[in-house]
Design a protein around this ligand. Sequence first.
Ligand code: SF4
Ligand code: SF4
Length: 192
Amino acid sequence: MSQGASTRRDPHEFRELIREFSGEDIGCCIQCGKCTAGCPVAEDVPFMPNQVIQLIRMNDLETLLAAPTFWYCSSCQTCSTRCPLDIDIAAVMNTLRLLVIDQGHTPAETDVATVNKVFMRSLNAHGRVFELGVVMNKNIRTGHPFRDAGLGPAMFAKGKISIRPHNIEKKNRKRIRRMIANARRFSDRGQR
Ligand code: SF4
Ligand code: SF4
């Protein structure tokens, strides 16, 4: 693991940042490993969920943000429901993704970060996700404009995707935008 932790002034800086963003205090983790035991992606990532928690406690932001672990998290919540200390590990994983984007770090898994970004833009614009727009936008940004194009006709035929976005009611769209703006403002505070 990197020595980044030893060079930080406040040894709890990273943990506090996570607590402020997610509301989760991971200081009570007992490293029982129950979160990792149920995680469907644990075997395919460099740091398993309990190790992610430990890296946060070690204040080792550099090591953690350079690893793709949390980009592969599917937000299935298994870890959160298993934790005997009621730590919402899934929320911590999501917070780590937001931190990478909001603090201008280079994501270790750029395609997932791109999906995240275009997904949020779509939500902000329409109040709900316009699937075709998200896929096309993501494909263009990642340099694979025709990826999964073969699936399109069958999905159109079954009504699974539409060629036009469906906006939700205007007043609810405004509420969604307000929520996103508030979340951004909150994350901006974490950078100060
Ligand atoms: S289940 Fe909870 S207490 Fe156990 S290692 Fe995971 S985060 Fe820590
Ligand atoms: S929410 Fe993420 S970290 Fe937790 S069990 Fe599911 S995939 Fe693993």
